[in-house]
Design a protein around this ligand. Structure first.
Ligand code: ZN
Ligand code: ZN
Length: 169
């Protein structure tokens, strides 16, 4: 079991979580979405986390600007967020190793005030970089929670750390 803490202030961000071996395949069928909020089921269930080894999230670059290396690896992100208009062809060059958790397992984060184009029709897309702040002010996580895209919270791999150490490699 693993707890994730804020790298800046040491606050515990999560309860004890168990690690999943693989990023779950999430159904994007409309029938699975919440009938009131339109939210998809969370990528990971309560009490769990999973490490995404693919680059995810901001910054986004054009495919032409992507490194030859990254292209060779086929890194498009395992399952990207819904992209805002004008950015739909871009590919993520955000950090590898983001920690996907259930949004309701992480309490006490404060949403960023203005998301601009990175706000979907009813919730954050998660495409503008970390949009959830720890009580200390550090933006430690990215919430994607629009009715059109995936529903998940991603802890930034460099802005949080795991306890016991070394688990999420
Ligand atoms: Zn903090
Ligand atoms: Zn929406």
């Amino acid at each position: 079991m693993t707890v994730f803490l804020c790298a800046k202030c040491g606050a515990e961000l999560t309860p004890d979580l168990r690690r999943l071996a693989q990023v779950p395949d999430v159904s994007t069928h409309d029938k699975d979405r919440d009938s009131v909020t339109g939210l998809a089921p969370s990528t990971v269930p309560r009490g769990a986390y999973v490490i995404d080894r693919e680059p995810w999230g901001a910054p986004f670059v054009t495919p032409e600007a992507q490194d030859a290396d990254a292209r060779a690896m086929g890194t498009r992100g395992s399952r990207g967020p819904l992209m805002p208009p004008g950015m739909t062809d871009m590919v993520p060059r955000g950090p590898q190793g983001s920690v996907i958790v259930h949004p309701e397992d992480v309490r006490g984060l404060r949403p960023a005030e203005s998301l601009g184009i990175h706000h979907g029709c009813c919730g954050p897309l998660g495409t503008g970089g970390p949009n959830m702040a720890c009580a200390c002010g550090a933006f430690v996580a990215t919430l994607a929670a629009d009715c059109m895209g995936p529903h998940e919270l991603r802890l930034h791999p460099l802005r949080v750390y795991a306890f016991p150490a070394g688990t999420p490699t």
